[in-house]
Ligand binder design. Structure first.
Ligand SMILES: [Zn+2]
Length: 117
């Protein structure tokens, strides 16, 4: 009982290192299964932050689908035009990236997923 109390008291010191992003669609689950979620970590790297930023600057913070200029970069997405499905070459290829606003990205993604299911 004393040990259990010790563990419970120590739990607050354990911080979650990374939030698990659960795959929500069938296609995402399939990708996650195949890639073992390895590629999700790529989004957390400084290399990705640099690449994302260079794409937003290159595209002048302009959505490549609706031409909206968005200055709040939290509302912009560096979108892979060809789905990388965990393929490192496609993931890191700057020519495979385009700047999209969140709205277009989300609707674009849903359309693409409907097309593949
Ligand atoms: Zn847009």
């Amino acid at each position: 009982m004393g040990k259990l109390q010790q563990v419970r008291d120590g739990l607050h010191r354990v911080s979650p290192t990374m939030r698990y992003l659960a795959p929500t669609t069938r296609a995402e689950r399939s990708v996650a299964r195949d890639a073992g979620l390895e590629w999700r970590r790529w989004y957390k790297t400084a290399r990705w932050q640099r690449l994302r930023w260079s794409v937003l600057v290159r595209d002048l913070f302009t959505c490549q689908m609706c031409s909206k200029v968005e200055l709040d970069t939290s509302l912009l997405v560096a979108d892979h035009t060809v789905r990388h499905r965990g393929d490192a070459d496609l993931f890191w290829d700057e020519t495979n990236l385009q700047c999209l606003c969140k709205h277009c990205h989300d609707s674009h993604k849903q359309r693409a997923e409907r097309a593949t299911t």
